[in-house]
Design a protein around this ligand. Structure first.
Ligand SMILES: *[C@@H]1O[C@H](CO)[C@@H](O)[C@H](O)[C@H]1NC(C)=O
Ligand SMILES: *[C@@H]1O[C@H](CO)[C@@H](O)[C@H](O)[C@H]1NC(C)=O
Ligand SMILES: *[C@@H]1O[C@H](CO)[C@@H](O)[C@H](O)[C@H]1NC(C)=O
Length: 208
């Protein structure tokens, strides 16, 4: 049986080796969710797109709803992603290469002035609130050009690669047994040990 210590070391190593993927959704109601993102260098911000016509553009903080200078370091544009489905098949993945704030917005029509903006790594001087307020004074959003750049369009494989394997195992749905006999629910009682055993076997395979 591997020690807890070596298991924890393996987990720590795994999390170092894998940059985080942070999901942001361009929502049907023309907002980004979440609007503020904390990302480390190397992390990937993965934009998902709900029903409607949306885009995401790296914004010039000083000029809300306008893109970062054409092809300047760190600029990106998803192109227009228009879908009638609840969620588009494509995602747009941006690798974050800086700890500086990166404002972003949707460049479709008046979505940016209407508040479809966000910011990666906001700071004391570059805040979501100020960017949004200044954006609201603009007439419309500016699109860089027709094709995506600065990130990767990928298929939304539906796999949730966040490492939360959590399955909310609360005992709340125990059926109210009418006879009040407490020793009857053997299945529920065995449930937890069996799960732990399976987990232990899983760890053993992982360590092998
Ligand atoms: C970050 O760096 C990678 C590798 O050089 C590059 O492919 C990517 O486009 C950069 N991300 C941005 C937003 O510029
Ligand atoms: C999405 O919006 C952009 C900007 O207004 C526009 O150029 C494009 O044609 C729209 N796409 C669709 C499919 O309507
Ligand atoms: C269990 O209790 C709930 C709430 O008291 C009740 O609505 C439900 O019908 C009960 N179920 C059974 C199987 O008795």
């Amino acid at each position: 049986m591997p020690s807890v210590k070596s298991f924890l070391a393996a987990v720590a190593f795994a999390s170092l080796a894998h940059a985080k993927t942070i999901e942001v959704t361009a929502k049907e109601d023309n907002t980004f969710d979440p609007e503020e993102v904390e990302a480390a260098k190397g992390d990937v911000v993965e934009f998902h797109f709900e029903k409607g016509n949306h885009s995401v553009v790296a914004g010039n903080y000083e000029w809300p709803c306008s893109p970062l200078e054409f092809q300047s370091e760190g600029s990106f544009f998803s192109g227009f992603i228009d879908t009638d489905d609840d969620k588009a098949d494509e995602v747009f993945r941006v690798t974050v290469n800086t700890t500086e704030p990166i404002a972003f917005y949707s460049s479709v029509d008046t979505q940016c002035p209407d508040g479809m903006v966000g910011i990666i790594n906001p700071s004391k001087d570059e805040t979501l609130k100020e960017y949004k307020e200044e954006a609201a004074k603009q007439a419309s959003g500016v699109s860089p050009r027709d094709e995506a750049f600065g990130g990767e369009i990928a298929k939304d494989d539906g796999s949730d690669d966040s490492d939360s394997g959590s399955n909310d195992d609360s005992d709340s749905d125990e059926s109210n047994s009418s006879d009040g006999a407490d020793d009857e629910d053997g299945a529920a009682a065995f449930g937890v040990p069996v799960m732990s055993l399976l987990a232990a076997v899983g760890v053993a395979f992982f360590m092998a």
